[in-house]
Design a protein around this ligand. Structure first.
Ligand code: SAH
Ligand code: SF4
Ligand code: F3S
Length: 466
């Protein structure tokens, strides 16, 4: 038995045993389960496992929590706003529980791994039956069994001890021609503002064989766009490193694109840049969170790179792969951020020329070092900086989009256009840009060749070539 099979045995086998017991309890009913997802792509991927496991336990899936007998809320703890939203939704489910006393509500994901949150849910939200931390997904059936016997469970595992067993867990994918593949779990970086290492535990990489087998299977089933996921995806290390893994995946025969996120600037190796430069199946897109354009702030954030190193990486990527798009995350209002620090961020944004920026106002997270740092930035100042950053990001995106006008681009077709006009479809270029285009062929999940006629900051418009 290979290592992969052993790992498959571990998580899969123990879950399947409990799932069979849940099925026996529910038989002959096939009650409904609804899974709600907040947060990042890692949570989207975990929710596919939650759905797969729910089906295995004998539930049928519904999008409507009102109809459900089991509600699984996959939560995010990255900013206060995300947590408050979830707490308000859980609060609203009190009336559902009153209508259906057998309703089971499980709080999964990153909030479940914050000890104080789990305690709060236990004490103040009697409608919640259990918490399930992100590193213990395979325990779902065991929690549901306990809940079916009328007991609540709020066991706490220190995320530092997560074994992250997921091999062999059932999965119900909903992405069609696009798919997520988690290749590593957890994070070791401890950026001073970030809750993730505290709730997702230490880094653990899946065996390369397991990842390659999963990607091969997806390609065989017709998936065209595969995103490898990890909180720090480019620190993947098993029997090979991330650059090797990517190169091996790019050798799989078939017409598909590989994406990956999120990369940490400190771990972008020359070997990785060379794979991105030389493998056509690796998408010409690199998401590289900058966080701040001030070296003093980067140091306080514990990011382990400076602006010069960041710029050198961007230059190397652009040299290696013509037309590569570069996107980023930026935080404004980090404690102690001065006007000069923020101006340095704006100036770096202009210098790099990002295709897209996801910007966030700093949100203090209990238990992280930065939450105790002096010099909180007043909310009005943070908002004013945010608005200026958004304007710079728009301008940068517009400048990056303009040269697309007149080009012919490959577009992976996702759906009919949102405004419902006949003959207009939407999709994304290999670089990740949204395209609306007219065509006589409304088939989704295929690559189309589109002549771009007009380019705006966040959308391109064109016509499919015959
Ligand atoms: N592992 C990834 C993603 C982390 S979460 C990475 O290293 O980039 C996604 C983004 O949320 C981060 O890049 C950061 O910009 C933002 N973020 C994280 N913690 C935050 C906080 N406390 N307040 C505001 N934004 C935060
Ligand atoms: Fe958070 Fe930093 Fe880890 Fe990303 S690399 S998840 S920002 S601690
Ligand atoms: Fe949120 Fe957890 Fe992802 S905190 S951003 S769901 S890793």
């Amino acid at each position: 038995m290979s290592l992969t099979d052993c790992e498959r045995e571990d998580a899969g086998a123990s879950f399947l045993r409990d799932a069979a017991a849940v099925r026996d309890r529910l038989y002959p009913r096939r009650p409904f389960c609804s899974v709600l997802t907040f947060g990042c792509q890692q949570n989207e991927a975990d929710s596919e496992k939650l759905r797969g496991m729910a089906l295995e336990m004998g539930y049928q899936l519904t999008d409507s929590p009102e109809k459900a007998d089991l509600i699984l809320i996959n939560t995010c703890a990255i900013r206060e706003h995300a947590e408050l939203k979830v707490l308000s939704i859980i609060g609203g489910y009190k009336h559902l529980r009153e209508k259906n006393p057998e309703l089971i509500i499980g709080v999964c994901g990153c909030m479940a791994a914050e000890r104080h949150r789990a305690e709060q849910l236990k004490m103040r939200y009697p409608q919640v039956s259990f918490v399930l931390e992100p590193g213990e997904l395979s325990m779902l059936a065991s929690r549901v069994l306990t809940a079916l016997s009328g007991k609540r469970s709020f066991l706490y595992t220190d995320p530092a001890d997560f074994p992250h067993p997921t091999e062999g867990l059932p999965q119900k994918r909903i992405g069609g021609h696009r798919a997520w593949v988690s290749i590593m779990y957890g994070c070791n970086n401890f950026c001073t503002y970030c809750i993730v290492p505290y709730v997702r535990g230490r880094e653990k990489s899946r065996p390369s064989e397991a990842v390659i087998a999963e990607v091969r299977e997806l390609v065989c089933s017709g998936v065209k766009d595969i995103t490898l996921l990890g909180q720090n995806v480019n620190s993947y290390r098993s029997d090979c490193d991330f650059a090797d893994l990517l190169a091996r995946l790019a050798e799989i025969p078939g017409d598909f694109l590989l994406r990956f996120m999120t990369s940490h600037p400190k771990d972008v190796s020359p070997a990785l840049i060379s794979v991105v430069g030389s493998c056509p199946k690796v998408a010409p897109h690199f998401h590289l969170p900058l966080q701040s354009g001030s070296d003093a702030v980067l140091k306080k954030m514990n990011r382990h790179y400076d602006t010069e190193g960041y710029l050198a990486t961007v230059r190397a990527l652009r040299e290696a792969r013509e037309g590569i798009s570069i996107t980023s995350d930026i935080i404004v209002g980090f404690p102690g951020e001065t006007d000069a620090d923020f101006e340095a961020t704006l100036s770096l944004v202009r210098e790099v020329g990002f295709d897209m920026i996801y910007s966030f106002i700093y949100s203090p997270r209990k238990g992280t070092p930065a939450a105790e740092y002096p010099g909180p930035v007043p909310s009005e100042v943070a908002h004013e900086r945010m608005n200026r950053l958004l304007a710079a990001a728009d301008e940068s995106a517009r400048l990056r989009a303009l040269p697309y006008a007149g080009r012919i681009c490959r577009v992976l077709v996702d759906s009919p256009s949102r405004d419902g006009r006949a003959g207009i479809m939407s999709g994304r270029t290999d670089t990740g840009k949204l395209v609306h285009f007219s065509t006589g062929n409304e088939t989704v999940g295929r690559f189309a060749s589109v002549k771009i006629e007009r380019a705006e900051a966040f959308a391109l418009y064109g016509t499919e070539m015959p």
